[in-house]
Design a protein around this ligand. Structure first.
Ligand code: URA
Length: 320
């Protein structure tokens, strides 16, 4: 078809509707104040109707994507977006972070395997109120100070140069969740600024976001010596901090980069290969698991699969 005719057709109504649905949900999630105030049930119902009109599907949770082969294979994801029922309900409710009353969580260690449920129950919402951006920034700053003073992990607190709390948009649609700081991050105090960080930045840009549009954070906030994996006790020591971050940020999507963050957030022992290619749930964030950028640097053949994972999110968000 000639180019001019395409232009005359205007935007695809299905795409426009899907984008409107995503935007309505996002505005509600980040606590945009409506005058008069919108009824949350009506917003959700409208978003569902728009999504239904856009893709003719009955909405989330209607399809399961087959589980993947183990990490390291380059099998492609060809199934349509699907939101599985919560892979794991959070082991314990994260701390309620109302303005001025942020408290560390008392959540204990979480172990065990992923619960695959066929229930179509709606996700449990994040507890507590959704804060306006200024209050989110203030609450995050308080937790960042606590992290900077933290000495729970004897080894990590003695070895670190700087703690690496996280950075980015405090009302993000997407939060990227890595493992732990490496050398460059330890020196700078910023997440994902080394070689793996450069690849992550490219992945973010391929999604048509800037780094500043998203939030970037890690499971543990101090560099494990020699870049070893964080120990389970170290992850548990940091759990209250990453839980508090998510509760404040309430991202629409959390992208777990690699095994450590995926297993910590979803309380599962499954591999990345098994977890990727479909959505999981953490409170009312949709969770996508994909390969860690460091793994992609060592195994470039897996980049195609990682891009498939990100496209799953972009399609679901009405962004492509
Ligand atoms: N790898 C991670 O998981 N996080 C960083 O911040 C850097 C490298």
């Amino acid at each position: 078809m000639p180019q001019e005719n395409q232009n005359l057709e205007g935007p695809d109504p299905a795409v426009t509707l899907a984008q409107a649905a995503g935007l309505a949900e996002h505005l509600q999630r980040v606590g945009v104040q409506w005058l008069p105030a919108a009824d949350p049930d009506s917003v959700t119902a409208l978003a569902e109707q728009l999504r239904f009109a856009a893709d003719g599907s009955p909405g989330e949770g209607s399809e399961q994507v087959a589980e993947r082969t183990p990490e390291g294979t380059s099998e492609q994801v060809s199934a349509p977006p699907a939101v599985s029922p919560p892979t794991v309900p959070p082991a314990a409710a994260p701390p309620t972070v109302a303005a001025g009353s942020a408290q560390p969580s008392t959540a204990g260690p979480t172990t065990g395997f992923s619960l695959q449920s066929d229930s179509a129950d709606p996700a449990e919402p994040y507890p507590g109120p959704s804060l306006v951006p200024e209050m989110r920034a203030a609450e995050l700053a308080k937790f960042s100070e606590q992290v900077a003073a933290c000495t729970r992990c004897e080894i990590l607190s003695q070895c670190r140069t700087k703690t690496v709390f996280g950075e980015g948009n405090v009302a993000p649609r997407v939060a990227f969740f890595g493992e732990g700081p490496g050398r460059e991050e330890d020196l700078s105090g910023r997440p994902f600024v080394g070689k793996a960080g450069q690849l992550l930045t490219k992945m973010i840009q391929a999604c048509k976001f800037a780094r500043e549009d998203v939030y970037i954070m890690n499971t543990v906030k101090c560099r494990p010596p020699n870049n070893r994996n964080p120990e389970p006790t170290e992850i548990e020591n940091c759990r209250e901090f990453f839980q508090a971050q998510f509760e404040i940020l309430r991202p629409e999507y959390i992208v777990c980069l690699g095994l450590v963050s995926a297993q910590a957030l979803l309380s599962t022992k499954l591999s990345v290969g098994r977890l990727r290619g479909k959505f999981h749930q953490y409170f009312d964030s949709k969770v996508l698991v994909t390969y860690h950028p460091s793994y992609l640097l060592r195994n470039p053949a897996a980049k195609k699969a990682a891009w498939d994972d990100l496209q799953l999110m972009l399609r679901d968000a009405g962004l492509m």
